[in-house]
Write a protein that binds this ligand. Structure first.
Ligand code: FCA
Length: 337
């Protein structure tokens, strides 16, 4: 009996080794199947609807491609670095980030590289210690062009309403610490001046925070300095800044008939456009935040999983929308990727 078994094993050694190899490989296949790839998505202002829409788009991508998305709000530098440690502890392979401070770039990348994680920056480009853009894939708005769309539309509306330029001034609710914001307001000024609006009648209200209260405080201080202006054109880095300016003017008795405000983004303007009456917030240049979320998450996933390196820079475009045409954008927000 024993003799027979030894003969059997001798005859079938190759087959037995193959069987064990298959069992081993299948065992690890099973493990891989259970442990889905994890990708992080870190945003600086989780309360801003823009970033919530980016997360929605990223989640659609994760569900479609079958990986796990870890969403973390990172409102300061400490939270950002802790979030990267946390992702590494969970075995995440990479992350998308809109950092609370672009100068955290070197610290973010040192950590990410040490953990072997892939990084794509969204909306705000990471910069090095000298303030130069870092060599990290970036997807963001074509900011100067979007700004020019704002400036052109402001001027067209001013002409359409037949406003007297002598009684009109323009205000940039600006945030010059961010390259993308500087380019947006710069583009709008360029288009306004290019269309014939006097450069000396364009004022700036630098905000401390890029939300509605930040826009309100900064613009209100400028309105106080110019009490003789009868009509205002408002533009800025995002919808929130312009909405802050619109609210500050409403407080001073300026309504839709004497204010033309045009924002950028479109995510936070739904409730404004759904109001029964037209306010001073006339339009926005809509950019699909959900698409930003979807595309950047997909980039990290393909890079970490299949080694497909994303393009160094991807610029997205915008479309002007008013109270009347906003519905179309909502359909786009439901994602067709
Ligand atoms: C920047 C702004 C945000 C949003 C984003 C696309 O990060 O701070 O409000 O406009 O770009």
């Amino acid at each position: 009996m024993v003799f027979m078994n030894i003969t059997f094993f001798r005859k079938h050694t190759a087959s037995i080794i193959t069987l064990f190899a298959v069992l081993l490989i299948c065992g690890s296949c099973g493990d891989r199947g259970e442990k889905r790839i994890k990708i992080g998505f870190l945003v600086k202002r989780p309360e801003e609807i823009w970033f919530q829409n980016e997360w929605k788009g990223a989640q659609v991508c994760a569900d479609k491609l079958g990986f796990e998305l870890v969403k973390i709000g990172v409102t300061d530098g400490e939270k950002t670095l802790a979030a990267i440690d946390n992702l590494a502890a969970q075995g995440a392979r990479g992350f998308v980030i809109c950092t609370p401070d672009v100068r955290l770039g070197p610290a973010i990348m040192t950590k990410a590289r040490a953990y072997g994680m892939k990084v794509v920056a969204v909306d705000d480009r990471l910069v090095d210690a000298e303030g130069r853009p870092m060599d990290v894939p970036y997807l963001g708005m074509d900011a100067a062009e979007i700004g020019r769309i704002v400036g052109k539309a402001l001027h067209e509306e001013l002409v359409k309403r037949g406003w007297n330029p002598d009684e009109t001034a323009a205000l940039a609710v600006s945030f010059n610490e961010l390259e993308t914001c500087l380019d947006r307001t710069g583009g709008a000024m360029e288009a306004l001046v290019g269309a014939g609006f006097p450069a000396e009648k364009i004022f700036s209200a630098p905000v401390k925070t890029t939300d509605i209260p930040g826009g309100f405080d900064a613009s209100d201080a400028v309105f106080t300095q110019h009490p003789t202006v009868k009509r205002w054109l408002l533009f800025g880095c995002n919808d929130e800044g312009v909405l802050g300016g619109v609210r500050a003017l409403e407080n001073r008795g300026f309504g839709a008939e004497s204010v033309i405000g045009i924002g950028i983004g479109g995510s936070s303007t739904k409730s404004e456009f759904e109001k029964e009456v037209q306010t001073g917030f006339f339009a926005t240049v809509f950019v699909n935040a959900a698409m930003h979320g979807f595309r950047t998450t997909e980039m990290v996933y393909r890079w970490a999983g299949d080694g497909v390196e994303p393009p160094k820079e991807t610029a997205t475009v915008g479309k002007i929308l008013t109270k009347d045409t906003y519905g179309e954008a909502l359909q786009e927000l439901t994602l067709s990727q």
